[in-house]
Write a protein that binds this ligand. Structure first.
Ligand code: PGA
Length: 232
């Protein structure tokens, strides 16, 4: 799964060296980033002209916090490849001014020319980025209250549950749908129910990822566990 996803991302960068990559955090993309780093070290891929815009960031965490997504992305990818620091963008989690942060992030995405390829994971409740069930499809970047299930799922990365931030800034579904290509990766049996529901069920805000059925260039890569309920 990781290698196939890294292949598609590499192809995007080779075809368009100044591509804008929308990137994701979480457990799922770690292997994909490791593969990209390996190919970079071999000289197969060059990030010098690439721009990145990440999906989301916790509100209230400084960049330096070990659980910030800024820190995650630097640890798993940015510190190991030749990406220009000034072309790395993420919502500013350290700024509590919601309106300012969200407006600024939408402006950045527009200024870089939109997203060529957006990488996504999926939550067991169908969330993409931090777009939780029930949110509106037409939103740009916004601030969200995390659901209990997301706080629970992310608590494994913190010392205790109480440390998990309660809010995050996230690209909206509208922003994600405007990406020219969307690539989702999903791993493990715990995702099999939601994968079936999201891509073979109704398109509904109750399952945010289901809107991707409408995207003109959407690819899902899953391992055997995640695809176990799909009858191909
Ligand atoms: P995971 O998270 O990759 O850690 O399973 C995916 C997500 O919540 O989007």
């Amino acid at each position: 799964m990781s290698r196939k996803a890294a292949n598609i991302i590499s192809a995007q960068v080779i075809m368009k060296p100044d591509a804008v990559l929308g990137l994701a955090t979480g457990g799922t993309p770690v292997g994909t980033y490791a593969q990209l780093v390996e190919w970079y070290r071999k000289g197969d891929i060059d990030f010098s002209e690439v721009t990145t815009v990440n999906l989301d960031e916790y509100r209230g965490l400084a960049k330096e916090h070990r659980q910030s997504y800024w820190y995650f992305m630097h640890t798993h990818l940015f510190n190991h490849v030749n990406i220009c620091p000034e072309r790395i963008f993420m919502p500013d989690g350290s700024n509590p001014d919601k309106i300012k942060v969200c407006k600024e992030y939408d402006r950045i995405i527009k200024n870089v020319g939109g997203i060529d390829l957006q990488l996504l994971g999926i939550g067991t409740d169908g969330h993409i980025g931090f777009n939780e069930p029930g949110g509106a499809f037409e939103l740009g970047t916004h601030c969200v209250d995390l659901t209990e299930s997301t706080i629970e799922a992310n608590a494994r990365f913190f010392d205790c549950r109480e440390e998990v931030p309660r809010q995050a800034y996230t690209m909206g579904i509208r922003t994600i749908m405007q990406a020219r290509k969307v690539l989702m990766i999903a791993s493990g049996e715990k995702k099999k129910k939601i994968i079936k529901e999201a891509f073979f069920g109704a398109v509904t805000p109750a399952v945010p990822a289901s809107i991707l059925q409408m995207h003109p260039d959407f690819t899902l890569i899953g391992d055997a566990g995640a695809l176990a309920e799909i009858d191909l």
